[in-house]
Each structure stands twice: as C-alpha cells, then as structure tokens.
Design a protein around this ligand. Structure first.
Ligand code: PBG
Length: 339
C-alpha cells in the first residue's frame, strides 16, 4: 500500500492527480488485460434434478428455467454439459416413495443410483459426475438423517446409512460424492465405507460449512421436500464464522478431497477465509434462493439478468472459490464459449 497522499501532476499548479487508476479502465482491451478474475466453464458444476417415473420434464416454479428431469432428459443435459466443457454435474434424485430411514437412498435400483449410472454411461470421464449424499430427499420426515424414537436426528445411526449410500453410488460409477447432511464425522464414515469396498478413487466433496439458510427454499420445491421445521440442530448458525473454520478443518482431517461453503453470496467472507486457509480446492454453492432472487428481479425488469449473473459468479471466484456450483452453469458456459 502507498501511504499518504498521491503525488500531484506537474504543470497543473498541483491541482490534478498524476496517478490515475482510471487509465486502466479506458478501453475494453485495457480492462481485459488487467482483469484479475476470469470465469471458465471447467470450474462450473451444474446441479440437476431427476424425478423417478417422470414422463416429461417438470418445471420448478420457483426456479424458472430449472426442471425435474426425466431419465432421458438428464442424459441429454449431461451430454450438453460435457459438450460445453463444464467441470462437473451434481445429481439430486427425487424419488416417488419415501420412508423413515430413506431406504431409497441406498437402493441400487433407486432413482439416484440409476441416474448416476445413466449419466456415467452418457459422459464417461468427460465430466466429473457427482451425486448428493444425503437422506433428505428420501425420508418421509424430510430430515437429512434417521431419527431417534423421540424425533431427534441421530448422528451416528445416520453415519451408517451415509457409508452405505456412498458405496451404492460408487458402484453406480460416481466419481465424487457430496455429503451434504452436516452430521459430525460424515466424511470419515463415508471415506471408510468407500475404502473398505475398494472404491479408493471415489472422491469426497464435503459440504463442510453449510449454513441453516433461508436461501434453500426453492430447492425444497425442486426435490418435493417433506420437511417440516428446520435443520438448525445440524446445519450451522448464520451468525458464526469461526465455527465454519472448525468444520472445515475437521473435514479436511477426515479426508475431504474438496470442501464447500454454502450458500455462496451471503457467505463470501467464509469463501475468502477458507480459501486462504486450506490446501484442498474450495467450492462454493450458489444455491436455489440465490438463483431465484436474480431470476425474479430480472423478470420484473428491475435488474439486468445476464449482467448480474456474471457479476455474482465473478464475485464468488474473486472471493477465492476455485469451483462454483450454479444452476446457470450451462448457460454461462455457452456465453463464455462465444467470447
Ligand atoms: C441437502 C441439500 C440441500 C441443498 C443441497 N443439498 C437442502 C437443504 O440442506 O435443506 C440446497 C441446494 C439449493 O438450495 O440449491 N440434500
């Protein structure tokens, strides 16, 4: 940092600045030359929903442009994502039936495992194929784990289910699982399960700092969540930053290959701190509510949609995230390819 006052220009009677940052903003070429942050399709991951038994795509009303895919539609979306050069795809399954233990999550013929097999058959190793590893889409109470008789989320019983789910997804061909339930010890449990079954190359994208956020609202529609109440006994309090650093170090110690901060935009301080702190790549999830806010304001004509989309993604990268999960991934990759 230069301290004190900037020198004044000669021959101006000392009235005008000699140092002019605006020189670097004079033309598009100049701005491009000095841009510190660039987006590239390879660092974008597209979250997708696939609905069991769907005969045609079902729009998610709170996420204009996002659908619950049919199995065929998902294959096409995955092929398109690979064609666009995206970094990866994150698959969420929406089952027809739910029960107390979320048995669909560990069913090799359940919608998520089947969809992973479809996607891998379609794209092979051209995309990093990821799957959400959590019970909430599969439980009839909508929580991310199994419950004790008195209705609390049972951490350790849930870990047993997560470990099993990891191996089922690995057998379906997934490259990376994303444990998103915020149970203590989930990364270690999933890693141990994978290793014991010989899936040493299947990676873990740990949702390390995941907040109990109002920004997940539209996602709950997208997966037809059965949840009543909230997840505040396992997801983090938005008031806390130090706690996020603790969660992240635990996940790294347990063997996380990538760690994630979620949501993104209201938590960019954490994206920055975590990126500075850890040696594994950091991902940020631009969640459903972030998407919905921009789409809604743009639909009203209140903001310039495409410009704001780019600005949000650039800010997440500028904060330090190496990887961004965003529902706009395919569209933005298309824009980037045309530049
Ligand atoms: C849990 C999960 C959620 C999201 C991703 N994984 C929902 C939740 O924690 O309530 C939210 C993603 C989004 O809002 O886009 N399986």
């Amino acid at each position: 940092m230069t301290g004190g006052r900037a020198p004044l220009g000669a021959g101006t009677g000392g009235a005008f600045p000699a140092v002019r940052p605006r020189r670097l903003r004079t033309t598009p070429a100049m701005r491009r030359l000095v841009a510190e942050t660039r987006l590239h399709p390879s660092e974008l991951v597209l979250p997708v929903f696939v609905k069991e038994g769907a005969a045609e795509p079902i729009p998610v009303s709170s996420m204009p442009g996002v659908v619950q895919h049919t199995r065929d539609g998902l294959r096409r979306a995955a092929a398109e994502a690979a064609e666009l050069g995206l970094g990866g795809i994150m698959v969420f399954g929406v089952p027809l039936h739910r029960d107390a233990t979320g048995s669909g999550a560990t069913d090799p013929d359940g919608i998520l495992a089947v969809a992973v097999r479809d996607v891998v058959a379609e794209v092979g190793d051209d995309l990093v194929v990821m799957a959400d590893l959590c019970l909430d889409e599969f439980t009839d109470h909508g929580h991310c784990g199994v419950l004790t008789p008195d209705g609390r989320v049972d951490n350790d019983a849930t870990l047993v289910r997560y470990a099993r789910m990891g191996t089922v997804l690995a057998e379906a061909g997934v490259h990376m699982v994303g444990p998103s339930g915020m149970m203590d010890g989930q990364v270690a449990a999933v890693r141990a399960g994978l290793d014991a079954a010989g899936h040493v190359d299947v990676g873990i994208l740990a949702y390390a700092a995941k907040y109990a956020s109002g920004f997940y609202g539209p996602f709950r529609e997208a997966v037809e969540s059965a949840l009543e109440g909230d997840r505040r006994t396992y997801q983090q309090d938005p008031a806390n930053a130090r706690e996020a650093l603790r969660e992240v170090s635990l996940d790294v110690a347990e063997g996380a290959d990538l760690i994630m901060v979620k949501p993104a935009m209201a938590y960019l301080d954490l994206v920055a701190r975590v990126s500075a702190d850890v040696e594994v790549p950091v991902a940020a999830y631009q969640v459903s509510g972030e998407y919905a806010m921009v789409e809604a304001a743009a639909a009203k004509g209140w903001i310039d949609r495409d410009r704001v989309v780019m600005e949000t993604l650039t800010s997440i990268r500028r904060a330090g995230a190496a990887i961004v999960l965003t529902y706009w991934a395919a569209e933005v990759a298309g824009w980037l390819g045309r530049r």
